[in-house]
Design a protein around this ligand. Structure first.
Ligand code: UT7
Length: 335
C-alpha cells in the first residue's frame, strides 16, 4: 500500500510590534533608502520580551489545527524547524507539544537554518508516506530579534520574527507533495553562524563581551551561494516531479533579499508576477519565511486549487532545498 501526503490547513503568527527601517538609524549608520534598495525590506516585526520561539510556534500551530478541524491530540508528530530554539535542549518541538497538549505526538526540532521548513516538510512526509504516522504538524518559527547585534548594521536590519505551521495528513490518493531535493555543504558553516553557546564555544563572560552569542554573516558570500543553490534546487525539484519549469504556477523562494529572489527568478525563467513575496513587510524570518509567505498569498487569494508551487530554501549550514507542491483544499484558507 502506498500513501500520499495532503495539506489540511495552515496557520501563521506575526508579532504585533512593527519596526520600520528608520528605527535602526538610532543604533547604526544606515538609511531607509539603503535597506529598501539593497534588500527590499521596509519593515519587520519583533516579539516582546518574554515571548519565546515556542510561544509563537504554538500560536501558529493552534490556527493551523483550527483550520484543519483537528484537536491537538489527533496529531502524531510535531517538527519545529528553527535556528532560534527556546533552549539547546529540550527541543522547542517538545515545548510546543506541551503547550498544545498534543499528548500523542512525537516531537523534535530540525536545525537547517532558513531551509528548515523544506527539510521539515520532507521529513514529515516520509514518516507519513511510509505509514508510521497519520498526521503531522510542521512548523517554521523564529525569534531572530533575540540573536541580532543592534550595533551590527550588516545583520540587524535584515531579520524579523514570526511563525508558520502546516498540518499534513496521510491520504490513499495522490500526494500533494510531488518532489523534494535537499542539499548541504558544511564548508559554508563559518559564513553564517551563531558562534558561541554550544559545545564548540561554551558561553562565558568572554564570549558575551565579544558578542559571539549574536548572528554573524558574510552577506555577499551568502548572497552568491543562495542564488546558485536555489537555482539548482529549483531545477532538481522540478525534474524530480517530472515537470517542466513552465508548468509551475508560482515560485515561492525563501525571503532573504529581493535581489537574491530576482536573480533566482530570472535564471529559472519566472517573471516577478509569478513570484510570491512577503519580505517587504516581514523581513527575513528564516525557517518561518516559506509558510508565512504561503499563508499570506492564500489570504490574498492568489493561489488557486490545482496550482503548482515551487518552494526554494537556502540557509545556514549551508543547507538548501526545493519542493514541488500541488495546492488543493486547504479548506478554510480564504476565510
Ligand atoms: O537567509 C539566508 C541567509 N541570508 C541571506 O541570504 C542574506 C544574503 N546577503 C544579503 O542579503 C546581502 O549581501 C546584504 C543585504 C547582507 C548586503 O548587501 P550587499 O549588496 O551584499 O552589500 P555588501 O555586504 O557588499 O556591503 C556593501 C556596503 C559595505 O560598505 P563598504 O565596505 O563598501 O564601505 C557595507 O558595510 O554596504 C555597507 N552596509 C550598509 N550600509 C548601510 C552593509 N549593511 C549596511 C546597512 N546600511 N544596513
Amino acid at each position: 500500500m502506498s500513501y500520499g501526503t495532503s495539506v489540511l490547513g495552515l496557520g501563521s503568527y506575526l508579532p504585533e510590534d512593527v519596526y520600520n527601517n528608520f528605527y535602526f538609524e538610532q543604533y547604526v549608520e544606515t538609511t531607509d533608502e539603503w535597506i529598501r534598495t539593497r534588500t527590499g525590506i521596509r519593515e519587520r516585526r519583533f516579539v516582546r520580551d518574554g515571548m519565546a520561539t515556542s510561544d509563537i510556534a504554538t500560536l501558529a500551530a493552534q490556527e493551523a489545527l483550527k483550520k484543519s478541524n483537528l484537536k491537538a491530540d489527533e496529531i502524531d508528530l510535531i517538527i519545529v524547524a528553527t535556528a532560534t530554539p527556546d533552549r539547546l535542549f529540550p527541543s522547542t518541538a517538545c515545548t510546543v507539544q506541551e503547550k498544545l497538549r498534543a499528548k500523542k505526538a512525537a516531537a523534535f526540532d530540525i536545525s537547517a537554518g532558513c531551509s528548515g521548513f523544506i527539510y521539515a516538510l520532507a521529513c514529515a512526509s516520509q514518516f507519513i508516506e511510509n505509514g508510521l504516522f497519520q498526521r503531522a504538524l510542521v512548523i517554521g518559527a523564529e525569534t531572530l530579534s533575540k540573536f541580532i547585534d543592534m550595533k551590527d548594521r550588516t545583520t540587524c536590519v535584515l531579520m524579523g520574527d514570526g511563525a508558520g505551521a502546516m498540518v499534513l495528513e496521510r491520504t490513499d490518493g495522490e500526494s500533494q507533495l510531488l518532489s523534494f531535493y535537499l542539499g548541504a555543504d558544511g564548508t559554508g558553516g563559518q559564513y553564517l553562524e551563531l558562534p558561541a553557546g554550544g559545545s564548540h564555544l561554551p558561553a562565558s563572560l568572554e564570549t558575551v563581551e565579544k558578542k559571539l552569542h549574536y548572528i554573524k554573516m558574510d552577506g555577499s558570500l551568502v548572497f552568491k551561494w543562495a542564488v546558485e543553490k536555489m537555482v539548482l534546487s529549483g531545477l532538481e525539484a522540478t525534474r524530480r516531479a517530472g515537470l517542466d519549469l513552465k508548468e509551475i504556477d508560482w515560485l515561492l523562494p525563501h525571503q532573504a533579499n529581493i535581489r537574491i529572489i530576482q536573480s533566482v527568478a530570472s535564471r529559472l525563467g519566472f517573471p516577478m508576477e509569478k513570484v510570491l513575496l512577503s519580505l517587504e513587510t516581514i523581513g527575513n524570518t528564516s525557517a518561518a519565511s516559506i509558510p508565512l509567505t504561503l499563508s499570506q498569498s492564500l489570504r490574498e487569494g492568489k493561489i488557486k486549487d490545482g496550482d503548482l508551487l515551487l518552494l526554494l530554501g537556502f540557509g545556514a549550514g549551508f543547507t538548501w532545498g526545493g519542493a514541488v507542491l500541488r495546492w488543493s483544499g486547504g479548506k478554510n484558507e480564504r476565510e
